[in-house]
Design a protein around this ligand. Sequence first.
Ligand code: FCB
Length: 414
Amino acid sequence: MKETSQEAFLWGVATSAFQLEGSPHADWSSWDTILSEKPDVTNHYELYREDLGLLKKLGVNAYRFSLEWSRMQPREHAWDEKAIEHYQEIIAILRRDGIEPMVTLHHFTHPLWFIKKYPWHEDASVDKFLAYVKKVVAAMSDVTYWITFNEPYVLVLAGYFEGCIPPAIKSAPLGIRALANILKAHAGAYDIIHNACPHARVSVAHNMAALAPWKKWNPFDKLLARVAKYFYNHSLLDAFLTGSLRIKFPFKEELTISVPIKDKLDFFGVNYYTRIHMRFNPLKKMGVEMRHRDIDGNGLTDMGWEIHPRGLEKVLRYASRLNVPLIITENGIATKDSQKKISFMKNHIDVIEQCKKQGMDIRGYFYWSLIDNYEWLQGLDARFGLYKVNFETLERIPTNAAAYYSYIIKNRKF
Ligand code: FCB
């Protein structure tokens, strides 16, 4: 990455299109019944100008958002140019307001035609995705920051291993094939973006977690935590460093898959939320049970996730070995309690400050999320927003955390 660390620290918020605006053509629309009652969620697709105005009020200098592929390519051979213009307009408004766009190409959802005919374990998925990338990148080649995939591991673990999200295929071997194709698609997208825009900065947003054994003395829990830590946090980093994806599960033969992503990274996006405790439980699938516990007294969020700011330091340290600048592309809390939201932000931002002082090359922080939205498999009750949404009237109401974040942005000199 060519820029110098003198560039302004990116203080942003992150959203995803589907979670704000739904889409009649997306696989998720028919997946979660809650969406049949509220298909356009916060109606951001129409209220985007007002919502972008909130960014200005907050004083952020960056905004991470996603393009809803299924709106732009509702059928395999049909593009909706109006939908593409819609996202171009968002970028133009951000530019006008001096806010750096960070565009996510894929944030969990797919056009229905894609997931039905070309789910990720099919090799043809890669070209189909890249055709979409070519089309939109040509239309938005003035964008510098791109995220190709949001949380590829979460997508594959939930879509294939657990089978709880589309394409809901419960097969680990197909999941691994899907992951390899997704990484191949990342490499292709990286090249397409760089050809269109040589100074672009491209990454994935990798969900990283602090992982620990449920009982420190239990060798099975310890083994599980170690395996999970390698697979979930590190195997992607190694794949970016070496071009090989190493899959190692206990009692299974080790697999090494070649993936063409070596050095296809200009910065690294880290999504960090929580610590997870791993417990060996023979009654569970593959003997794995994941739990949250409030060990340090920091509390749990409304999603039941442990609040664990120190874990952010750990995962940033892991990611530092990539030797590219790091950006926290998501960090946030579901709570109706503004004070709790404020402490969460403060404690995580303090950790970032300490990490920077230790020499880690951290260039930005994006709070998840701007306004309350649809949370995957949870519905509308997980309140991550700096602005609360009244889902009856669609009114956006500032929480005290919004004012607090503005204060941080003005006063923290990173
Ligand atoms: C992340 C997802 C994001 C949001 C937050 C709460 O894993 O990337 O879309 O749902 O969790």
